[in-house]
Design a protein around this ligand. Structure first.
Ligand code: 8X3
Length: 258
């Protein structure tokens, strides 16, 4: 049963990767889209394409989730226009660097903490009061297996995703007694721009992350997000962890064919 027809979904970081795949998957289920990303041109093009293809409403907004005033202004605008979302997908996130802790770059750390933690906080804090007011709504946080297991050279990225896990848990606890649901979808190795961003544009190194293995795609993760969003209102998926069949743990990845 499709419960997503006519639902309004706000997706952050929707210009590429898992966010873009989520936009495509929700649109194909008849949901209206509020797409945001720092890169307005990419997200505007996607909104136009999906609106035309699926007959849904789709708008694009240039938004840096680390800018708390910009987040507040965007949500105020949505409220004024009666466009508040039924579903918020906190997708904007990134890894920057893969270094031993004592060699890590402070700028990388700030970037990850600002986006993965503070950005998620700003968006959720701005939207949730309206969901609580309506006693309906769903926040879906894109976490990671990096929030379950720490791996070498990942400490700060791991810490931000452990934070997403804790915030997902904390929101759920504090929303007990309401009908507002909070879920995390926690993927393992997924081939997107993720590694290119992590390695500051080093495409060769990025490619090596996925060599000789079959990673998840953005579509695989979007399928899981849509499943979580489409469950009946009395069901709250707290965490959904998915990994490639070739991966069974952050540090156990099979390479080299069958
Ligand atoms: C992405 C998963 O294991 O590459 O968050 O960090 S991993």
């Amino acid at each position: 049963m499709n419960r997503l027809i006519g639902k309004r979904v706000l997706i952050t970081g929707a210009s590429a990767g898992i966010g873009e795949s989520c936009a495509r998957a929700f649109a194909s289920h008849g949901a209206h889209l509020l797409l945001s990303a720092r890169r307005k041109d990419r997200v505007a093009e996607l909104a136009g394409e999906l609106a035309a293809a699926h007959g849904v409403q789709a708008s694009a907004h240039a938004l840096d989730v680390t800018d708390r005033e910009a987040v507040a202004a965007y949500v105020a605008e949505l409220q004024a226009d009666d466009l508040l979302p039924d579903i918020l997908v906190n997708n904007a996130g990134k890894a920057r660097g893969l270094d031993k802790f004592h060699e890590g770059a402070l700028d990388d750390w700030e970037d990850m903490i600002d986006t993965n933690v503070k950005g998620l906080l700003y968006m959720s804090r701005a939207i949730l009061p309206y969901m609580v007011g309506r006693n309906a709504g769903h926040v879906i946080n894109i976490g990671s297996i990096a929030g379950r297991w720490v791996y070498p050279k990942g400490a700060v990225y791991n810490a931000t995703k452990f934070a997403v896990w804790a915030l997902n848990e904390g929101m759920n606890i504090d929303l007990a007694g309401t009908k507002v649901r909070v879920s995390s979808v926690d993927p393992g190795l997924t081939e997107t721009e993720f590694s290119e961003v992590r390695f500051h544009g080093d495409t060769e190194r990025a490619r090596s992350v996925y060599a000789d293995t079959t990673p998840l795609t953005g579509e695989d993760v979007a399928d899981a997000v849509v499943y979580v969003a489409n469950t009946p209102p009395h069901v709250d998926v707290i965490n959904l962890v998915l990994m490639p069949t070739d991966q069974r743990h952050a540090m156990i990845l099979h390479r080299g064919g069958s």
